[in-house]
Design a protein around this ligand. Sequence first.
Ligand code: SF4
Length: 380
Amino acid sequence: MGSVSLYIHIPFCEAKCAYCDFNSHAGLERLYDDYVDALVEEMAIAGGRFSPLRGRTIYLGGGTPTVLGLQQLKRILEGCVQAFVIDEGAEVCCEANPGTVDLRYLESLRHLGVGRLSLGVQSLQDDELQLLGRLHTSAQAREAYEMARLAGFENVNLDLIYALPGQTLKRWRATLEGAIALGPEHLSLYPLSLEEGTPLWRRVQRGEVRATEDELAAEMYLLAEELLEAYGHYEISNWAKPGYESRHNLTYWRNEGYLGFGAGAHSYYERRRSWNVAWPEDYICRLKAGESAREGEEVIETPLEIAETLFMGLRLSEGVEFEGFQHRFGRDLSTLYGPQLGELVAWGLLEVNGRGIRLTPRGRLLGNEVFEKFLPLEPG
Ligand code: SF4
């Protein structure tokens, strides 16, 4: 029986953050029930098509899944369990934003079988949260974390963003130290990406606030590495206590199969990548009309699969192992990419040992320069 990770996209938020260009929308409460129906339908169709298929992980992402009512989330999870054979002990994760959950809600999430909570904290400085257009305060973020513990969550991730306009190293340190003091099992730290067209991007364009220089962003990253020494730095932007690495996200980084459900969700299974219509109303209409939600599909040929396996695998501290590569592709990695590997080792960006290849600490800072070297090769 094949196995995949399952991603369920909830494209709704209470308000749109100033930096966000994700597929998420505010003010669409009227669609929630129909959207849940459509999700359940889409999962049932996929479950029937690939039956039987094991689900290793379930990830409710967004958007903000916790804007949905508990009955709605219950229906989604039940639909998932009916459509797929969910592994005993599967990782079931839900994203949540402080301010959208209370203790009763979190307790009910636990009862629904959600074992991992990913909290969108982003910063523990109120002025930074305001700049980002977040609806919550740092006190609410701490409160949400404490409530998660009271509700029985033993696996909590905190998302933080750094390199914010005007952020100093000292203030980033304060957020990091505050987050570490809370004691989460997992931390995801991403530099702010200023996406064209977002309100924060426009403010930078108008000169109201200044984007962070790359050098300062790199210092912030190095500070995180230093302060998070008690955690395992298992992926470029992710740290975890032993055994708490995100199993769902490891599927992406190891370039393994997953099915995505919901508006704009992507799937990658049996060498095909497909994606759904992005707009929630279109998605609902398609499912209601008995049509597929799929908007596009591409077949992933082996050279692209190899390149993607390297791009993604090198994000992990375990890197890419020769044996696993040989087993998956029937090719020797060091022969296939010999000149590139030699160059990257000479530049101090890559380490090659008896087991495989991995980024050096410097390579982690300059990941894009490494990934460029692994563009798809023609079969040879
Ligand atoms: S909560 Fe997340 S998905 Fe929603 S608007 Fe803010 S950044 Fe975007």
